[in-house]
Write a protein that binds this ligand. Structure first.
Ligand code: SF4
Length: 441
């Protein structure tokens, strides 16, 4: 077991992109982004990600790019900048938008009117006739009926609810008190309005959280029957997120307990009919995510696992990351920097990466490992020896966490929580920069 714990303790990225964001460079700015946009093929499909970096108050565990406000003025000013950002985009009306995702922060802090106005601005400039999914992240404490009616009216089809944990002693410790009834009421309102595709986010590894708490939260979650569940290990990164410094580190579950919590949650959700997807997601067996996983058509992006196959993902808002055929771009992470760019009438792109052929091959290997828990190196990157990378998998193979046969890598069920380590063996940047990541499990 001690070898396993040593592996679980390794710091590795979550691989929502490759190259990962710490390796983006300031050489990619607004002019490069504009060039990349203008080179989008005429038949390209598009997705949008809109980031809203405001919450009414901060949860202590939060790792998102957001800030607390109870005033309307900064939110309204930010909405005006989002509308300016939309106006900066070139005419791409011939290219259908297939996915639209509002993330944060708490995007619903915009309120019904601004959500409606921003959606209308997008719909006026882009072709939404083939939209497959319109998703929004919601805080169950901030759901009310006027909001739900507005979401239904703008065509939202999927809502992701941040649930994390139902035990009240943990909710108090993490600064997010939302009893089961509050979550259940929000779910009822959403379903009654026709927003029936629901995701829940759960967490383990939180302060004062026990394995029994995790199991009970999984049971309560299954009783509300969301189609998809994401189960994240709390990432303690106090050097990066100052509010996490308020946690009593002695109250955080240890590594062995984290592993047990993840195992028990997976077992409980499995018994309730959910199938595991990739590293940390679960879905009902007939859900599109599960179907895509079985067919090895799953993808991974900044929101986690997705069925989105768009050729380009355009990010709007502070810190938003976009993906184009040429590479990744990221907007100014702070609202002030984003606002300055909008005031100057230019894209807020401050960094990015142009993908090399080597990046593309490694990205494909890492995405298959993260999505399928398996990859055939000869199919994805023919002719590349990857001898060092395969050798780096030895400690995982030795512990029974994966098998390598004829250049085919298959992560075992026991290895599922460790798949980021297998992906890291193919990350050519990992040793080159001292970026600090969370632990592997
Ligand atoms: S967890 Fe969600 S609601 Fe809480 S501070 Fe972070 S983004 Fe805001």
């Amino acid at each position: 077991m001690s070898n396993i714990l040593a592996l679980a303790e390794r710091n590795v990225p979550r691989y929502t992109s490759y190259p990962t964001a710490p390796h983006f460079s300031a050489a990619i700015g607004p002019d490069v982004y504009a060039q990349w946009l203008s080179a989008l093929p005429a038949r390209a499909t598009l997705s949008f990600y809109i980031h809203v970096p405001y919450c009414t108050e901060l949860c202590l565990y939060c790792g998102c790019t957001t800030k607390a406000t109870r005033k309307r003025e900064p939110v309204e000013r930010y909405a005006a900048h989002l509308i300016e950002d939309i106006a900066l985009l070139p005419d791409l009306a011939g290219r259908p938008v297939v996915h639209l995702h509002w993330g944060g922060g708490t995007p619903s802090i915009l309120g019904p009117e601004l959500l409606t106005e921003i959606t209308a601005k997008l719909a006026a400039r882009f072709n939404f006739s083939a939209l497959k999914e319109h998703a929004i992240e919601l805080d169950p404490r901030r759901i009310d009926q006027p909001l739900v009616r507005a979401l239904a009216a703008i065509g939202v089809t999927r809502a992701s609810l941040g649930v994390q944990e139902f035990a009240s002693h943990v909710q108090k410790a993490i600064g997010r008190v939302q009893p089961f009834d509050v979550v259940a009421r929000g779910v009822d309102w959403l379903r009654a309005a026709g927003i029936t595709d629901l995701n829940f986010d759960l967490m383990y590894g939180l302060p004062h959280q026990t394995t029994a708490d995790v199991a009970r939260s999984a049971v309560l979650t299954a009783s509300l029957a969301p189609q998809r569940i994401a189960l994240f290990g709390y990432a303690h990164v106090p050097w990066f997120r100052v509010q996490q410094r308020r946690f009593d580190e002695a109250a955080l579950p240890g590594l062995a307990e984290r592993l047990e919590q993840a195992r028990v949650a997976a077992e409980t959700l499995g018994a309730a009919g959910y199938v595991p997807i990739g590293l940390d997601h679960f879905a009902k067996a007939d859900d599109e995510l599960a179907t895509a996983a079985r067919a090895r058509r799953l993808h991974r992006n900044f929101q986690g696992y997705t069925t989105d196959t768009a050729d380009a993902l355009l990010g709007l808002g502070a810190s938003a990351i976009g993906r184009l055929p040429q590479g990744f771009v990221q907007n100014a992470p702070d609202v002030a920097g984003y606002a300055r760019a909008m005031a100057a009438g230019r894209f807020a792109t401050v960094r990015g990466v142009r993908m090399s052929d080597d990046d593309r091959r490694r990205s494909a290997i890492i995405e298959r490992l993260m999505c399928d828990l398996a990859v055939d190196l000869d199919a994805v990157a023919p002719g590349m020896p990857f001898a060092d990378e395969i050798a780096a998998l030895d400690p995982l193979a030795h512990e029974g966490l994966l098998r390598v046969e004829d250049r085919r890598i298959a992560v075992t069920e026991a290895g599922r929580p460790f798949v980021r380590l297998a992906a890291a063996a193919f990350d050519a940047y990992l040793a080159t920069k001292n970026a600090k990541h969370s632990i592997a499990v």
